[in-house]
Write a protein that binds this ligand. Structure first.
Ligand code: SAJ
Length: 407
């Protein structure tokens, strides 16, 4: 039996996928509301194909509980934030989960950490914890690190098809963990040591952060010297070895905006490009606010309440708002203007989470003159003609209408 600990954006789909492929699974989360929602037959976030996967896992007998279970294998998928000051990984949730597992697990159990962690986290935080409790790693308890690579918006497809990495101390445990993931994963499964697996995951997300930062820096240079960054990227990408990503209002989500900080925290003085990239991406919400200010001046607009932010999530077609550029912009405005009267709308966010939030696109557009497109949701791509007559600041290159300003 497999006990999946932490039923968030990664743990839940993983638990459902295993259960749908014939593995006996119990899902555990300390959040009792979340467990109740799942027990009532509802999923806790939106993702294409998740509801169907949920039904199939329930039919297959998956169980949910806030208690840790006696199991042969544990998959830990809890949050691993970074410490704001030291920038190092904050392993408190991970350690708590491992401690709770040690309270119930039988000898010989395998603990697989899926949460993203910086290189050395298992050596520094998990092994000592197990030792302190009188267990021997490698005989009483086995450890593995199997970081997840799925992308929100295409999670179910990627769970099935992505290649995976498994870090372990011994080949035998590697093969057992590989067999578990191979129950559903059609990608290649690479077995390596734990530190390499830890580093590889962080390196992948850092690679993307640096590449996005390059696009964002180009956007700033092109704005300064009045060039079209999108046209330049489009043409540069015709080169067989150039593939520049898209500039945007910032890098949100709980992965790319977090993981590179682990390297900055652990290797200060060495992680220079990585730190610069983080700073560039973190500066983008402020850059967008400056664009708004300049456009308002140019148009003689003075009333901030006639400005609307379209999109609250960190990216298109997901309902995840963690570290979202829009929230960062709202926070900056709150701080500097002691309150913020811009209107906000996102088709994926039904509850009120910020002031002046509107829940209908037509009403939102009726109440504003300047619309700032911050997320490329399909809804706006398919309804672009509704923006006719508005002043548009498009941070995602969605809109080709006249009166469209870009980053
Ligand atoms: N973004 C841009 N320009 C781009 C691409 C992205 O501004 O050209 C922005 C997005 O709008 C968003 C942020 O970057 O705010 C991150 O979005 P994303 O789609 O690049 O990535 P995530 O955070 O949704 O998922 C990433 C993925 N990592 C990589 O592609 C290397 C995913 O495969 C990982 O599993 C995930 O992090 C994770 O959980 O670690």
């Amino acid at each position: 039996m497999v006990n999946v600990i932490g039923l968030g954006y990664i743990g839940l789909p993983t638990a459902l996928m295993l259960a749908s492929h014939g593995i006996e699974v119990q899902g555990t989360d300390y959040n009792k509301n979340l467990i109740n929602t799942l027990k009532e037959g509802q999923t806790t976030f939106k993702e294409e194909g998740l509801d169907e996967l949920f039904s199939s896992a329930v039919k297959a007998g998956i169980l949910f509980s806030s208690e840790y279970q006696v199991a042969d294998i544990y998959i830990v998928s809890v949050s691993t934030p970074y410490d704001n000051v030291s920038k190092k990984v904050n392993a408190k949730y991970l350690k708590k989960a491992v401690e709770c597992i040690l309270n119930v697990c039988p000898k010989g159990a395998i603990i697989i950490i899926e949460s993203t962690i910086s290189p050395g986290t298992i050596d520094r935080h998990v092994r000592p914890l197990i030792k302190e409790r009188g267990f021997i790693v490698g005989s009483d308890i086995h450890l593995a690190h199997a970081p997840e690579r799925i992308i929100p918006g295409n999670m179910i497809y990627e769970l099935l098809h992505n290649n995976r990495t498994i870090g372990v101390d011994s080949k035998e445990i590697g093969e057992r963990v590989k067999k578990l993931y191979a129950s559903f994963c059609q990608g290649e499964i690479e077995i390596t040591d734990i530190r390499t697996a830890e580093m590889t995951k962080v390196v992948e997300n850092t690679f993307r952060d640096i590449n996005i930062a390059y696009a964002n820096e180009l956007a700033k240079i092109c704005r300064f010297d009045n060039m079209d960054v999108y046209e330049i990227i489009r043409i540069a990408n015709k080169h067989p070895r150039v593939n520049i990503l898209s500039p945007g209002p910032g890098v949100g989500g709980h992965c790319i905006s977090v993981d590179p900080w682990f390297l900055v925290g652990d290797y200060p003085g060495l992680a220079n490009i990585i730190l610069a990239a983080r700073k560039i991406n973190d500066s983008m919400p402020e850059f967008v606010l400056e664009r708004i200010y300049n456009i308002m001046q140019e148009k003689g607009m003075t009333d901030v309440s006639r400005v609307g932010f379209y999109g609250l999530t960190y990216k298109e077609n997901v309902d995840d708002i963690r570290e979202s550029p829009t929230l960062q912009m709202l926070r900056i405005m709150e701080k500097h203007l002691c309150g913020c009267s811009v209107k906000v709308y996102d088709p994926f966010i039904k509850e009120n989470i910020v002031p002046n939030q509107i829940h209908n696109l037509d009403q939102f557009l009726a109440e504003i003159d300047l619309v700032v497109l911050l997320v490329r949701h399909n809804e706006i791509v398919n309804n672009i003609e509704k923006l006719e007559g508005k002043i548009v600041l498009d941070t995602r290159k969605i809109c080709e209408l006249e009166e469209t300003y870009r980053l």
